[in-house]
Write a protein that binds this ligand. Structure first.
Ligand SMILES: Cc1cc2nc3c(=O)[nH]c(=O)nc-3n(C[C@H](O)[C@H](O)[C@H](O)COP(=O)(O)O)c2cc1C
Length: 375
């Protein structure tokens, strides 16, 4: 992502603290919650190191820089929400608030279902570099192989995949895994019944391409909402506004018109064309890997995004990050709710809802659960 097509119009725009990943990183550094790691390579070391950090709740978040083969400043941030302190910081709570305080906070949030509509701004930091056509190359971002048996390079799951219902205009975003496939192509895996899958089908049933935007590098509070099953028809940006207590600033994607967080680090947008599928390599978790060795690795067929434009913040001394949230049942509760609950009880792990991942329980929420299953 070197040559900007459109020069930045508002570099001096002040950071919105609650919407800016760089501000969040600075807060973590100040709180002693961040581990810098320099010189790792992306094929084995980054994934391995992240795995070690993720083994225990409370380990620091890790920020990789000087990644082999990539220039300084192309950073990767991982292990973001695996401590109560970091979740507290993300939500603007006292960093030393107790786990019980945190659970009470989430209960209240789920019950009140506060909503603040997003606001569209003319431009924002994410528009500092806009690339189109042959200039797009998502492999310039140092996307790691997270686990040794992964079938490819996953730029999401720590992402927001944004779509719009073709009939109602309802905007939905979710955390779905996205595999980089080519310079300007990626695949997105929305499980059957997930809102992203329902929306994509609506376009494809009429033979139309489905516009989509993928953001990888937003403030973790926005990411928390991506992993929650906000009810059908409700705009996740409104839920995120309710969570952070202010309107999320969005720009209108230059090609799709989809709302993209103005303060994000990286986004790309494009279209999922009907009947264009690509093999999606398996995303293996440490918990899966023994099973997968027995049964052989499965590849699935997933929707292919052809990217038309890629947006990012300026590349100069300041940097591009993307959030990595490698998938794992004991971490985010997306593989088996039951297993996670048991582990939470046994080991004092953070319950998925408190970490902003997994489904809100019916009893603690006035948001009805959607029919989709955990992955
Ligand atoms: C880190 C993380 C990764 C996830 N990966 C996927 C995925 O690859 N595919 C999927 O369908 N759901 C995945 N999920 C679950 C969805 O994000 C979650 O069910 C969310 O509610 C989906 O959005 P929706 O309710 O708007 O469909 C993931 C969740 C998290 C927290």
């Amino acid at each position: 992502m070197d040559a900007p097509v459109r020069s930045p119009s508002n570099k001096s725009r002040p950071a919105k603290e609650k919407q800016d990943l760089r501000a969040w990183i600075a807060g973590l550094r100040e709180a002693g919650e961040l581990q810098d790691i320099k010189g790792a390579e992306r094929e084995r070391e980054i994934g391995g190191i992240v795995d070690i950090y993720q083994r225990r709740i409370g380990n620091k978040a890790v920020l990789f820089d000087d990644i082999e083969g990539h220039s300084r400043g192309q950073r990767i941030l991982a292990n973001i929400l695996t401590s109560v302190r970091r979740i507290n910081i993300t939500l603007g709570l006292d960093p030393d608030a107790t786990p019980t305080d945190l659970i009470q906070y989430w209960r209240r949030y789920m019950k009140e279902a506060r909503a603040i509509a997003p606001v569209t701004v003319q431009s924002g930091p994410v528009m500092e570099n806009v690339l189109t056509g042959g200039d797009i190359d998502i492999f310039k971002i140092p996307i790691p192989r997270w686990h040794e048996h992964d079938g490819g390079y996953y730029i999401g799951t720590g992402d927001m995949v944004i779509m719009r219902d073709p009939d109602t205009g309802w905007i939905n975003y979710g955390a779905y895994r996205v595999q980089a496939q080519a310079r300007n192509a990626a695949t997105v895996m929305c499980s059957k019944g997930k809102h992203g899958d329902l929306i994509r089908r609506r376009y494809h049933e009429r033979g139309e391409p489905c516009p989509v935007a993928v953001v990888c590098g937003m403030h973790p509070a926005l990411f928390m909402i991506a992993g929650l099953e906000i009810p059908y028809g409700r705009n996740e940006f409104e839920a995120a506004g309710g969570l952070i207590g202010e309107a999320v600033e969005v720009i209108s994607g230059p090609r799709t018109g989809l709302p993209i967080p103005a303060h994000a680090e990286i986004a790309f947008e494009g279209f999922i064309h009907p009947n264009v599928r690509s093999a999606n390599g398996p995303a293996i978790t440490p918990a899966d890997s023994r099973k997968s060795r027995r049964s052989g690795l499965k590849r699935s067929c997933t929707a292919t995004i052809r990217s038309c434009s890629a947006l990012s913040r300026a590349f100069r001394p300041t940097m591009i990050h993307f959030i990595a949230a490698p998938i794992g049942p004991a971490r985010c509760g997306i593989s088996s709710k039951r297993r996670v609950c048991r582990k939470s009880k046994a080991s004092g792990r953070i319950p998925p809802a408190a970490a902003g991942c997994g489904s809100p329980s019916r009893s603690s929420s006035n948001m009805p659960a959607t029919p989709s299953k955990p992955d």
